[in-house]
Design a protein around this ligand. Structure first.
Ligand SMILES: [Zn+2]
Length: 317
């Protein structure tokens, strides 16, 4: 239950949706009951991989999960226990009450500050910011791109125009919150040369507040690292599969870089799994590319490979 789905799926928090899907498929294959018959540990792992994927496997589920996590962090930071008990966080409160006029960049969640309490405040109320992510390819990042983005946000109630907020008048449309959830689709312009983790702030595109300014929409641009690669704190890391014999005795291995160039890498004698080399100029947009040595594990052995391994075994290797 409390397991972090990102950790279970072996991806970072800022991985693209596609990356999450790839990692899920790989792990699900690895721990699938068909492949591990009668293995209780594998079965358990398979189940947690499945439930982690249910939590963050679609953009919508993921955004709900992330929002809930942000709320939980916020409450634990403020030392206030969550009135939501971990559920129903998609409700009106979690989305609505944001920080007050420019004082903080994020939320300023004060639970005394309900309708009435807030009216006494001298500070201008402000709708909450919305945090989200959009995924683009590395090519799109180099050229810049216009990306369609859909999200739900609180808008001033079209019936009462927000006037029922904090008053005793009833509004059947918004139940006195003065705002309603509405979906909107916008086109987001990602600038040329955007890097992984680039933050776009769309002023006033967050939640609206019936008595104050709107929050902002904060979009993190995520670049899909593609199969066999991942981002690590802004660094692009590519796995290089190396046969065991080459790893131990040294040799050469060819890789395909993000630019689709074939590059030969020298593997020194006695290399270890997890060793890294930095290739300057072969990463995203001419940046560095870190290659990490991993063991190439054959799915099936040929007859001669099996014979060779038998000899290895006899020799004690
Ligand atoms: Zn209304």
């Amino acid at each position: 239950m409390s397991e972090d789905p990102y950790r279970t799926l072996d991806v970072s928090k800022d991985a693209t949706d596609a990356e999450i899907k790839r990692s899920y498929r790989k792990l699900a294959r690895q721990y699938h009951p068909d492949r591990n018959p009668g293995d209780a540990a594998a079965e358990e792992r398979f189940k947690s991989i499945q439930s982690a994927y249910e939590e963050i496997g679609t953009a919508e589920a993921r955004s709900n999960h992330d929002q809930q996590k942000r709320m939980e962090e916020m409450f634990s930071r403020g030392g206030v226990s969550s009135p939501f008990g971990g559920s129903d966080l998609g409700d009106i409160f979690s989305q609505f009450f944001g920080g007050r006029g420019g004082k903080t960049s994020g939320f300023d969640f004060n639970f005394e500050g309900n309708h009435q309490g807030r009216k006494k405040s001298h500070e201008t109320p402000r709708g909450a910011n919305i945090e989200a992510g959009i995924d683009i390819s590395m090519n799109q990042a180099i050229r810049g791109a216009d990306v369609k983005f859909s999200h739900r946000r609180m808008r001033i109630c079209s019936k009462c125009k927000g006037t029922s907020f904090g008053s005793s008048s009833q509004c059947s449309s918004c139940n006195g919150y003065g705002v309603q959830t509405k979906g909107s689709t916008i086109t987001v312009r990602v600038p040329k040369g955007a890097e992984h983790g680039h933050l776009l702030r769309l002023k006033g595109m967050g939640h609206e507040h019936p008595e104050g300014e709107s929050g902002d929409l904060l979009i993190t641009v995520r670049l899909d690292a593609e199969d066999g690669r991942r981002w690590e704190e802004g660094r692009l890391v590519q796995e290089v599969r190396i046969p065991y014999s080459t790893l131990v005795m040294g040799g050469k291995v060819r890789i395909t870089t993000p630019d689709r160039k074939k590059v030969q890498i020298e593997i020194p004698e006695g290399a270890r799994i997890g060793d890294r080399r930095r290739l300057q100029g072969h990463g995203h947009s001419g940046g560095p590319l870190d290659v990490e040595f991993v063991l190439s594990e054959p799915e099936k052995l040929t007859k001669s490979q099996r014979e060779a391994l038998e000899i290895l075994r006899e020799s004690g290797l």
